[in-house]
Design a protein around this ligand. Structure first.
Ligand SMILES: [Zn+2]
Length: 352
């Protein structure tokens, strides 16, 4: 019994040590440019294999994986509280942590260290509220105009008619991105999946997420139609290889803003408008209030519906409609020092 315990302690130390070693290894890789390029290329290969394996599955296989992982962890954590079997369970948790950490880093984590998109733009000025106001008015007009041609439900709220067409359009637009922003390959494989956790998502304000273990782009199918197309564009940008949140917003913006698909275009213009207003709000709330009054009646109905959706899912997101925030930021904290205004930053410099 004693020798058995010592054996377990040694094994535990080994796996814990390996986890630490992995951490240090990837930390080193993250600072080496050739390694980052390697992982960028590796991502393309990994993604094509994963899409071959999972894209045809009609539901999110990544969600199933997460559920299984959840059960596995729960089972072994409970076992850790009992004396019998504690060592074995601890060992299994450590082993799983090693595998998942490694897979996460090589499939996804290293992409956070790619050259920031802002460095690829010719202009790199700091965003200003004055410019944001000009853009906000421009996008407000665009929204109003695009909104006129869209379909509504019986309450006069915008509804998308064909999600599949939107998804195909996003994939097509990926292949048309300006080459100075993206040299990535657009495989054109449809791997958008409605999340199995849509209820949880509605209550926590998560709109969508990319699963690095299966290369699937999940979205919350309960979302109001105003959100759904742009959320898909955003998640597809992760799938395309842009890890940073605000860069996924910006690439999503590029995919949708000039699209011939009016549903995708409206959702993108509306997202852009909301982001700009959110940026302006701190400095000039009166401007934002005036802009809201100038929404077209149709846009006001869409906004009221979004508001009702959030309220129905309770006050966790109270400040959302105060335009001080956006949902993407809340769902992803990996950004560190890069703030919400980075999207505005990219937008303003791109527009120049
Ligand atoms: Zn995201």
């Amino acid at each position: 019994m004693v020798t058995k315990n010592i054996k377990f302690i040694h094994k535990k130390r080994f796996w814990a040590g390996l986890l630490l070693a992995q951490f240090l290894l990837f930390l080193t890789f993250s600072k080496l440019k050739p390694m980052i390029s390697f992982f960028e290329s590796f991502f393309e290969i990994q993604k094509s294999i994963h899409q071959l394996l999972f894209s045809w599955v009609p539901f999110s296989s990544g969600d199933i994986l997460y559920v299984l992982l959840g059960f596995f962890l729960l089972y072994h954590i409970i076992k850790c509280f009992k004396k019998k079997g504690r060592n074995k369970s601890l060992l299994k948790i450590l082993l799983a942590a090693n595998i998942f950490y490694f897979a996460y880093q090589i499939f996804w984590g290293m992409l956070y260290f790619q050259t920031p998109v802002i460095k690829k733009l010719s202009s790199q000025e700091k965003p200003t509220v004055t410019k944001a106001k000009v853009l906000a008015l421009r996008y407000l007009e665009r929204c109003k105009q695009t909104r006129e041609s869209l379909k509504e439900d019986k309450n006069g709220v915008f509804v998308i008619t064909d999600l599949q067409a939107i998804q195909n359009e996003i994939l097509l637009q990926q292949s048309k991105l300006p080459s100075f922003i993206s040299g990535k390959k657009a495989p054109g494989i449809n791997s958008f999946k409605p999340s199995l956790f849509k209820n949880v998502m509605s209550f926590t304000g998560i709109l969508g997420y990319y699963n690095p273990f299966t290369a699937e782009a999940q979205y919350n199918s309960e979302l109001p139609s105003t959100f759904l197309p742009f959320t898909s564009a955003h998640e597809s940008s992760h799938q395309f290889g842009f890890a940073r949140e605000q860069e996924a917003n910006f690439v999503g913006y590029l995919l949708g803003i000039n699209s011939k698909n009016a549903e995708l275009r409206y959702s993108t213009e509306y997202f852009t408008l909301k982001s700009l207003l959110g940026f302006i709000f701190d400095e000039d709330p009166a401007f934002v209030k005036a802009a809201l009054l100038h929404y077209s009646p149709a846009m006001k109905r869409d906004r009221a519906y979004e508001k009702a959706f959030v309220l129905k899912h309770q006050g966790v997101l109270d400040d959302f409609f105060a335009f001080t925030n956006n949902l993407f930021l809340k769902s992803n904290q990996q950004e560190g020092s890069i703030t919400y205004s980075y999207f505005i930053d990219l937008l303003q410099n791109y527009e120049q």
